[in-house]
Design a protein around this ligand. Structure first.
Ligand code: NAD
Ligand code: UD1
Length: 337
């Protein structure tokens, strides 16, 4: 299939583009580079032996997207393009609603005009209500607590409404848990701008000496070691989940939702320990007060994705850390400009 990948130069999308190529699909990448660099294309090309088409542009530009869908005879779309920093979304909600909601509406309009029926959407575990028992199942109560999370929940609702009104479309929302790690080659990985907000890229920058020490946000949670627990999933497992969703969803009408997680929670100190083993040194950290808005623990029930998509995550925390370290140590400043 010819697959339009919005936000195609980003962290998860670039690994997904590679997985699509490995599966024999043809990804066409679209990005405005608000949070990525074109250099990732060289890395995809080196690994895949073929260079995907890259369209520089904005997903909010419906006419541009429609032209891309028609020119490249697109069969399906994977919609990654979004802003994703929770704190920034609180400070700049309009930017988030514009990019994430308006972007999706413009894309859906272009798809309708061009007759493209299949969409896979990047959702997040953040759509679940914080009071849910673990593990989280797809039918659990929903309720986002910040503008970023609300954009994901709104888009899920929009997709369900459009699919209910038009029985010819197939929409799949994938609720990612905590994507981490890098391609095992060490040539592709996460390249956050500025000081990372998320745990694994922060730890990686401590390991490489760019940051002095990790601040552990609280060790008084009701978890075995007192630190927060999350379901970290290797980005290559996640990428393969998208290929499974595209292969499954194409031609099947309706609106579908799947968790993409491992089903296992790891604590902050588990991650520090595993990363220390991967890089061969003890990583300095200090415990500081809890971060506002954090939950104690969050992990997926991934059974539904395995049953319906035939997909499950296979890579361990040790592999996630080893691959993240290979990427970080070979590319301490990320992708070149
Ligand atoms: P990323 O920032 O690396 O990728 C997003 C890409 O979209 C970037 O390349 C950016 O330049 C591009 N983009 C943003 N707005 C655009 C626009 N208007 N037009 C064209 N391109 C645009 O982020 P990621 O971590 O790879 O996340 C991909 C998707 O997965 C996002 O929708 C994100 O919200 C979602 N998600 C990510 C995580 C995570 O922890 N990384 C977790 C859950 C969900
Ligand atoms: C973050 C996002 C969430 C998104 C998820 C997916 C926030 C507030 N939430 O959640 O919307 O869906 O990523 O990847 O950004 N930690 C530290 N020190 C650090 C950084 C993190 O101790 O410097 C701890 C956190 O308290 C948490 C764990 O590490 O217990 C993971 O944090 P993080 O990587 O930011 O992910 P989430 O909080 O799950």
């Amino acid at each position: 299939m010819q697959i339009l990948v919005t936000g195609g130069a980003g962290y998860i999308a670039s690994h997904t583009a590679l997985a699509l190529l490995e599966r024999g699909h043809v990804p066409v990448l679209l990005d405005n580079f608000v949070n990525s660099k074109p250099a990732v294309l060289d890395r995809i090309a080196a690994l895949a032996g073929t260079r995907p088409v890259l369209l520089r542009g904005d997903v909010r530009d419906g006419a541009f997207v429609e032209q891309a869908l028609r020119e490249h005879r697109i069969d399906a779309v994977i919609h990654f393009a979004a802003l994703k920093a929770v704190g920034e979304s609180v400070a700049k909600p309009l930017d988030y609603y514009d990019n994430n909601i308006h972007g999706t509406l413009a894309l859906l309009g272009a798809m309708r005009r061009a007759g493209v029926k299949t969409l896979v959407f990047s959702s997040s575990a953040t759509v679940y209500s914080a009071d849910q028992p673990m593990p989280l199942r797809e039918d659990g109560a929903l309720g986002a607590v910040n503008p970023y999370g609300r954009t994901k929940l709104m888009v899920e609702n929009i997709l369900a409404d459009v699919a209910a009104a038009d029985p010819s479309v197939s929409f799949t929302s994938l609720r990612y848990f905590n994507p981490v790690g890098a391609h095992p080659s060490g040539t592709m990985g996460e390249d956050p701008r500025g000081i990372p907000n998320n745990l694994m890229p922060f730890v990686a920058q401590v390991a490489v000496g760019r940051l002095p020490r990790l601040r552990v946000f609280g060790n008084d949670y009701p978890t075995p070691d007192g630190t927060g627990m999350r379901d970290y999933i290797h980005v290559c497992d996640l990428a393969e989940g998208h290929v499974a969703a595209i292969d499954h969803g194409h031609g099947k009408a309706g609106s579908h939702v799947f968790n993409l997680g491992t089903g296992t929670g790891s604590s902050v100190l588990d991650v520090v320990k595993a990363f220390g083993q991967a890089c061969g040194k003890d990583l300095p950290y200090e415990v500081v007060p809890r971060r506002a808005g954090d939950v104690a623990a969050c992990w997926a029930d991934p059974a539904y994705a395995e049953k319906v998509l035939g997909w499950r995550a296979t890579r361990t925390m040790q592999t996630m850390c080893e691959d993240a370290w290979r990427w970080q140590s070979a590319n301490p400043n990320g992708y070149p400009d």
